[in-house]
Design a protein around this ligand. Structure first.
Ligand SMILES: C[S@@+](CC[C@H](N)C(=O)[O-])C[C@H]1O[C@@H](n2cnc3c(N)ncnc32)[C@H](O)[C@@H]1O
Length: 278
């Protein structure tokens, strides 16, 4: 964490690159979930990595943001490469992502939807958050492919009117809250919906939900890249909805950082759990 703190300005919802090997495994993982060839998924991952227009916009929005002093200018998509490839492969009409934060995930999902739309497969991402100022990275032209829904995610999900093709939990990571989100969205899932959770490294709720509805559960463990002594940090999920730290929060944050160092050294981190209803 010490090395990371010298090379990154982020102190919450950290972003990082994945190792090359981990990206290969991610491609294979998405191929299994989507039923598409690994080579096709690798093509989508490259597409995002080489999308200079998106990268330039993310840099520009970061530099213009009041949050710029706590943000890394160069986007690090990490596991979101998998989210992007999954959307490109499966062409969903409706995606729901809970938890927007700066909007990196929402922008990536919308970028995939924009490409799908150009190929004749329209879709929208609905993303929830309780913080009114969330989502500064989610800007035009990508914004036309999504909507931010402000409010408590579970309450919003209960009222969500449409069938959901891809659901992604990435908001309040307390197990009971993750579970409440799954129950709230369950009536909107259909036979080929895909559900992901950014939380399965620390709770078994997604595994239990898969059991509940009789579907399979798959688990991907992400591996942050360490280049030239640079650790691209792990992302402890701290205090959902709270952006700045009290002294108590900083103390707790530093305890979690220690835990993450241990996680990094034994390679024990995970970001995507997903299953497909077949
Ligand atoms: C881990 S961040 C989301 C990261 C984002 N998906 C990304 O790809 O970078 C978690 C977000 O969930 C939001 N959140 C926390 N509790 C929530 C709730 N009850 N309803 C909706 N959003 C919530 C927080 O405000 C925070 O912005």
């Amino acid at each position: 964490m010490l090395k990371w703190s010298f090379t990154s300005k982020e102190h919450y919802n950290h972003t990082y690159h994945l190792t090359e090997l981990n990206v290969q495994y991610l491609a294979s993982y998405v191929a299994v979930i989507s039923g598409h060839k690994v080579s096709e998924i690798q093509g989508y991952i490259r597409e995002l990595e080489q999308d200079e227009a998106l990268r330039a916009l993310l840099r520009e929005r970061t530099l213009a943001s009041p949050d710029r002093h706590n943000s890394d200018v160069e986007p690090r998509y990490g596991r979101r490469l998998g989210w992007y490839a999954l959307v490109r492969a499966t062409k969903p009409k409706v995606i729901v992502e809970t938890g927007v934060d700066r909007g990196l995930g929402t922008a990536v999902l919308a970028a995939a939807l924009m490409r799908n739309d150009k190929e004749g497969y329209p879709g929208l991402v609905y993303a929830t958050d309780i913080i009114a100022t969330c989502g500064h990275l989610f800007a035009e032209p990508y914004k036309s492919y999504g909507r931010i829904l402000l409010g408590d995610s579970v309450e919003l999900l209960k009222k969500f009117p449409e069938p959901v093709d891809i659901f992604l939990h990435d908001s309040d990571h307390r197990p009971e809250y993750e579970w409440a989100e799954f129950l709230a969205i369950e009536p909107r899932l259909h036979a080929t919906s895909i559900v992901m959770s950014d939380n399965s490294q620390q709770t078994s709720k997604m595994f239990e939900f898969a059991e509940r509805i009789g579907k399979s559960f798959l688990y991907f463990q992400d591996q942050p890249r360490i280049t030239g002594g640079r650790a691209m940090a792990l992302a402890p999920r701290l205090f959902p909805g709270r952006k700045r730290g009290s002294r108590r929060m900083r103390r707790r944050s530093s305890r979690l950082d220690d835990r993450c160092i241990r996680g990094l050294s034994r390679g024990a981190d995970l970001r995507i759990g997903a299953f497909k209803r077949s």
